[in-house]
Design a protein around this ligand. Structure first.
Ligand code: GLY
Ligand code: MN
Ligand code: MN
Length: 445
């Protein structure tokens, strides 16, 4: 394992803490969660903890101390002890010594020592940096450590006078991806693109949505992805108009479109891709009308992305194209500015055009620039965002029948570059010609 990026992120966080007065940060990983009785969900580390350590085991905490003039910054890892009996049943545990060595920390201790050591380490620190309010159990544990320091006031110890939410700093860091992250995200994107191509070849009338889902799970896993990045949406026909449809249990019908929103996670990083295509391989006229409209909206959104524009610009561009198309197709009446201003377009396009993408599918990072600036975040190289316009038409008396139950979304993942953006999910076909050609030739790659 290459520990350099993790060490660099710890040093970067320590430097940012130092600029804000220094102190001690506590970053716990996620707990194991029971699924039923004695069976747990597949384990996944907390994203912040993973970002700073790469350490994969549960019951672990990272403590960072900015240090004073005579002792430099320190990274201290708390983790489970070695336990050969438990390792026979549940697998390898590093134990503190190997963990310190492998993950490049300055010190490592047993997690059993965490509470008492934290109270020692917190004494006389200017500030505590912690994710306040994320977990009530952790809030109580931190309060107990602070109170243990306060109880030593007459012995001359003082508890931190300031508590910062460490996520505010980490979120700013996570917003701009480093080279290690971009490489992993390209890998997650490439695997998911292969899976979407596979689904286009596999889908056919009579197959069930879950059979198509299984193609994704198979492709993800066989290429080393640990899990889907979120529950796959495999929505045939009218199901495409349910934005978070995950039942995936209906048979596919010959004249329908199939909307699939599926991405994978590899080594902690997500891809997020949606493609919509005809079950039987050919778009009908009305399906093609809606599809081309959404594709044009996506192209308009992508064309805006470059350093210096705001997060809102791609959305604004997509909405203009979609709203004009809704007027042209007689889904709406009125003027372009009128249907945008009134929000009438939201009847058929009710979500935003994108979100940050990274370790979490809806990744960390605020969308506004800061507390003093109510403007939208300005894009900068290294940011990763999705571009996912859609159009969802539920049946209604005032809507042309030809469009009833058509739901289309097209979603790609965009890396902001120095001069524009790079679509890292471009290998999944999305023009009508490319989709129809792939589906007509079920032996092509
Ligand atoms: N797959 C979740 C999303 O597109 O936001
Ligand atoms: Mn998305
Ligand atoms: Mn998605």
């Amino acid at each position: 394992m290459n520990i350099t990026p993790f060490r660099q992120r710890r040093l970067s966080l320590l430097a940012r803490m130092g600029e804000a007065g220094g102190g001690l940060a506590v970053i716990p990983t996620a707990p194991e969660r029971v699924r039923n009785r004695d069976t747990t969900y597949p384990y996944r580390a907390d994203s912040y903890f993973h970002y700073l350590t790469g350490f994969p085991e549960p019951e672990a905490v990272l403590v960072l101390i900015t240090g004073r003039s005579n002792d430099g910054p320190q990274s201290i890892l708390f983790c489970r002890d070695k336990d050969i009996d438990k390792e026979i049943w549940d697998g390898f545990r590093h134990g503190p010594d190997a963990a310190r060595e492998t993950f490049g920390c300055d010190a490592a201790f047993s997690i059993k020592e965490f509470d008492s050591k934290l109270a020692e380490l917190l004494a006389d620190q200017p500030a505590l940096w912690f994710s306040i309010g994320h977990d009530v159990g952790w809030d109580a544990r931190i309060a107990a450590a602070l109170n243990a320091v306060r109880a030593q006031a007459r012995a001359g110890k003082s508890a931190p006078a300031v508590i910062h939410d460490v996520r505010a700093v980490l979120d700013e860091m996570r917003l701009v991806k480093d080279a290690h992250e971009i490489a992993l995200m390209q890998k997650a994107a490439t695997i998911a693109c292969t899976a979407h191509r596979r689904a286009m070849r596999f889908a056919a009338p009579g197959r069930f949505e879950y059979e198509v889902e299984a193609e994704f799970l198979h492709e993800f896993r066989r290429q080393g992805s640990q899990y889907p990045a979120y529950p796959p949406i495999v929505a045939g026909g009218a199901n495409a108009c349910i934005l978070h449809y995950v039942e995936n249990n209906r048979p596919l019908q010959s004249g329908d479109l199939l909307l699939i929103d599926a991405g994978c996670e590899i080594d902690g990083y997500a891809s997020d891709i949606t493609r919509t295509f005809p079950v039987a391989g050919r778009f009908s006229g009305p399906q093609a009308d809606i599809y081309e409209l959404v594709l044009d909206a996506q192209a308009a959104a992508i064309a805006t992305i470059r350093p210096g524009v705001t997060f809102l610009d791609p959305h604004t561009a997509a909405v203009r194209v979609l709203a004009q198309g809704m007027l042209d197709l007689k889904l709406l009446e009125g003027s372009l500015d009128g249907v945008i201003e009134s929000g009438a377009f939201k009847r058929f396009y009710m979500h935003r055009t994108g979100h940050w993408l990274g370790m979490d599918v809806h990744d960390a990072g605020t969308y506004r620039s800061g507390p003093d600036d109510h403007g939208w975040r300005v894009l900068a190289p290294g940011m990763m965002l999705t571009v996912e316009p859609g159009c969802y038409i539920r049946p209604a008396d005032d809507v042309p029948v030809a469009f009833h139950n058509i739901g289309v979304r097209i979603e790609d993942d965009a890396l902001v570059t120095q001069s524009g953006c790079e679509i890292i999910t471009a290998a999944a076909p999305k023009t009508i010609a490319d989709i129809e050609a792939l589906m007509a030739d079920d032996h092509s790659g």
